[in-house]
Design a protein around this ligand. Structure first.
Ligand code: 2P0
Length: 333
């Protein structure tokens, strides 16, 4: 009745921003991501017991309460239901993300929670089914079920049964691929992705144009991954990130996640590409000012040095593609 899994974060190359069903976390469009290595990991132990009266969860040593605990409990209910049990659970989860980096841990968190809970309950589910379960906890979590490059299919059905992730290529396909992450000092209180997406879907007209574009971008990005064409991939990634942030700005009231440091990163990457005479790197930003600069091994050191010198950048780390989640024999309690 106890199981422990490790899962790692994923960063979208083509972004998920918008839901067509908020309860089921069904996206308005498909997305493609790169799963990161174990520098960005979450380890979660789940144990079900007849003796427990309530679910309890400890996240990075802090007891979860209120809405946070409720969200975890509701996720456990999704797994208890097919297992036909009502036992409560104890959950302990530790993030090994760089201190104060402020990375969203919901993708690796809900991936690890889903895998550990399903295993502890003895559920026999395939990876696509587990991906669908993880999606219910947090949309982007469905992509952390696999290593390497991953596509989350939008799906068409109202019940979400065709909206899950699949692997496009394992980490071994592109060993030279890197994500140089710059942690940027935050100044403003952020709008949650959940609220932000809702606002964009409801108020942005530009977003309708984005939805026309994304299927073409997905096709293009899949091809560049297959061919390991860095220049074309990085160009597409920058365009998609900028397009998503343009839709955020087009929302009412506007949502602004980027700051001066993020903009300096953008200009510096453009300058580095100009100097190299090729598109050696491409930036991407999520719901915050941190920068993900995708590149290949031969340019990674130059990108790292460049980012480290930018005012407002608090830390830089070079990540590789990860192999995906795995079960651990050593439990957290
Ligand atoms: C992504 N983001 O594709 C996009 C890009 C942020 C910007 O997925 O409401 O935490 O739990 O489904 O997955 C962040 O959203 O949102 C996200 P929910 P989630 O990675």
């Amino acid at each position: 009745m106890k199981s422990t899994f490790l899962a790692t974060a994923n960063i979208a190359l083509v972004k998920y921003w918008g839901k067509r069903d908020e309860r089921l976390n069904l996206p308005t469009n498909g997305s493609i991501s790169a799963t990161m290595d174990e520098q960005l990991k979450t380890v979660t132990t789940v144990a079900f017991s007849e003796k427990l009266k309530e679910d309890e969860a400890w996240l990075d040593g802090k007891k979860a309460e209120g809405k946070e605990l409720q969200r975890i409990s509701e996720h456990l209910d999704l797994l208890r239901h097919p297992a036909k049990v009502s036992w409560k659970a104890k959950v302990v989860s530790e993030n090994a993300f760089p201190a104060a980096a402020g990375f969203a841990s919901s993708a690796s968190g809900y991936a690890a929670l889903t895998l550990a809970a399903a295993k502890a309950l003895g559920l026999k589910l395939d990876t696509a089914q587990l991906s669908m379960m993880a999606r219910r906890g947090s949309g982007s979590a469905c992509r952390s079920l696999y290593g390497g490059f991953v596509e989350w299919q939008r799906g068409e059905k109202h019940d979400g049964s065709d909206s899950f992730a699949l692997q496009l290529a394992p980490a071994s396909h592109w060993k030279e691929f890197r994500n140089v992450i710059a942690t940027v000092k935050k100044e403003r209180k952020k709008v949650s992705s959940r609220q932000g997406m809702q606002r964009t879907v409801r108020t942005s007209r530009l977003f309708l144009k984005r939805l026309d574009e994304v299927p073409k971008t997905l096709q293009e990005v899949k091809e560049t991954i297959r061919e390991k064409d860095g220049a074309k991939l990085f160009a597409a990634v920058m365009r998609d990130s900028n397009n998503m942030h343009a839709c955020m700005l087009d929302s009412r009231p506007p949502i602004i996640y980027l700051n001066d440091t993020s903009r300096t990163v953008m200009e510096s990457v453009e300058a580095l590409n100009d100097a190299a005479g090729e598109i050696a790197a491409g930036y991407s930003f999520d719901a915050g000012p941190n920068a993900h600069v995708f590149t290949e091994e031969r340019h990674a050191e130059a990108v790292r040095k460049m980012l480290a010198e930018i005012e407002g950048v608090e830390g830089v780390q070079v990540c590789r593609l990860g192999e995906g989640p795995r079960e651990l024999k050593k439990h957290l309690f």
